[in-house]
Write a protein that binds this ligand. Structure first.
Ligand code: SAH
Ligand code: SF4
Length: 415
């Protein structure tokens, strides 16, 4: 199998250091979810089909996997009956396992998921009147250690594979009952697909804002999002996908060029001192470098603005001066920007408090009066720990002393 190289990860040695395209299974079968179409054809050829048949079968299977969401080869009605057991002996159509599912009083849903090799991670669905957003994880844990983020108190366990990332979207479609029904019988190449796709979907948007730093798992995130955007795959527009980074500057250009989705940047502070403290990657890639990379981001324009996320921390980053400095920086770098003000979501042992509602309102006014959109985000799913920054899998809970030691370790590794 061709190995997909992954970004070297700063900080910890990944305890599962071998890059791989799929999580190996005990029964030796290969999970097709997450593999690009040509790779599926290659596997079919390796298993004995001639090149032409392999290509055709790969096209048919791909369509069933991503367009119809089937999880059983037997449901693939345009594939010969005798061929289906041949496929089932060699391949599986995987989904991350659901360990637990919770629903918030505001309708937000959170799923605790598990990889085939037993690692827990989370995914969140946030329904709104006009849209539904799936918050997808890219890693189990995070190498970074933003001081206000619960995920940051976890070690990085490992990167998620493309299959585990796109698998979250598939699982959400399963759970929301959003695979097209109807029949594909007789469907020709160029036939109108509306005859069997479902309109009025609940899941309309994807944000790479779950656990982990997506730009430290660039290749897998890119490959997964390509399947999400593929017209013959999940067919979601890149305009409906947003990737959030804490500021991995060297990967931002490739993100714009190779993935082309909307960019959100976890800014959270406008001075070196404060950002160094709360978003420690700032010590490696400073504000100037970060804002320059934003200004160079391929595809950013007034029609497709960069979102700056700004968590409101009481007496830390929430003064009038901070708001004015934010405006000044956005102007200095001529950024097509909007600002999302996120009230801090608490978690046990967090070293910060949320700013007061009056403070948040004043901060928002200053930015807004400068002509920059600055909505205050309503926290969603706080009662089930599903809100921004609250994701953390219970299997990895640590004591306060362990947390402090981990923080030191991570910061030393950042250098
Ligand atoms: N690792 C990526 C994406 C995941 S975090 C990143 O940092 O951008 C998604 C957003 O939630 C980020 O902007 C993050 O800074 C923010 N966040 C983290 N902890 C939070 C908390 N406790 N309250 C509010 N927002 C938080
Ligand atoms: Fe990691 Fe993002 Fe949390 Fe920072 S805010 S610790 S980068 S998940």
């Amino acid at each position: 199998m061709t190995a997909i190289p992954i970004m070297p990860i700063p900080g910890h040695v990944d305890p599962v250091p071998v890059p791989r395209e799929v999580t190996p299974r005990a029964d030796g079968r290969v999970d097709l979810i997450g593999l690009p179409r040509p790779r599926i054809a290659e596997l079919f050829a390796e298993a004995g089909l001639d090149a032409k048949a392999a290509k055709l079968r790969a096209k048919q299977v791909f369509h069933w996997l991503y367009h119809r969401g089937v999880t059983d080869f037997d449901a693939m009605t345009d594939i010969a009956k005798t061929m289906r057991p041949w496929l089932a002996e060699r391949f599986v159509i995987g989904r991350p396992e659901i360990v637990a599912a919770q629903v918030s009083s505001d309708g937000t849903r959170k799923w605790l998921l598990q990889t085939a090799d037993g690692h827990d991670f989370e995914m969140v669905f946030i329904p709104d009147a006009d849209r539904g957003t799936l918050c997808v994880s890219s890693q189990v844990g995070c190498t970074l250690n933003c001081r206000f983020c619960h995920t940051g108190t976890m070690r990085l366990v490992r990167n998620l594979t493309p299959g585990e990332i796109v698998g979250q979207v598939m699982l959400a479609r399963d759970a929301l009952g959003e695979w097209p029904k109807g029949s594909m019988a007789g469907l020709e190449e160029d036939e109108d697909e509306r005859t069997y796709t479902s309109d009025g979907r609940l899941l309309t948007n994807i944000v790479m804002m779950g656990m982990g730093e997506p730009l430290y798992n660039f290749d897998n995130v890119r490959d997964a999002l390509k399947l999400v955007m593929d017209g013959d795959g999940l067919a979601l527009s890149k305009r409906r996908i947003t990737l959030s980074t804490s500021g991995v500057v060297p990967m931002m250009e490739r993100c714009g060029e190779e993935i082309g989705v909307n960019l959100a940047v976890s800014l959270h502070a406008v001075t070196k001192d404060v950002r160094d403290e709360i978003v420690p990657i700032n010590r490696k890639f400073g504000l100037d470098q970060l804002l320059q990379a934003c200004s160079d981001y391929p595809g950013a324009s007034n029609a497709r603005r960069i979102t700056f996320e700004y968590v409101m921390l009481k007496d830390k980053n929430d003064s009038d001066d901070d708001a004015r400095e934010l405006v000044r920086l956005i102007r200095q770098y001529k950024l097509p920007a909007k600002v999302n003000l996120i009230p801090f979501n608490p978690w046990p042992g967090a070293p910060y408090e949320c700013s007061t509602p009056e403070r948040i309102k004043r901060f928002a006014e200053i930015v807004f009066e400068a002509g920059i959109s600055a909505p205050v985000r309503t926290p969603r799913g706080r009662d089930i720990d599903a809100a921004c920054g609250q994701l953390k899998t219970a299997a990895h809970k640590m004591s306060r002393a362990e947390l402090d030691r981990l923080a030191d370790e991570k910061q030393a590794a950042l250098g």
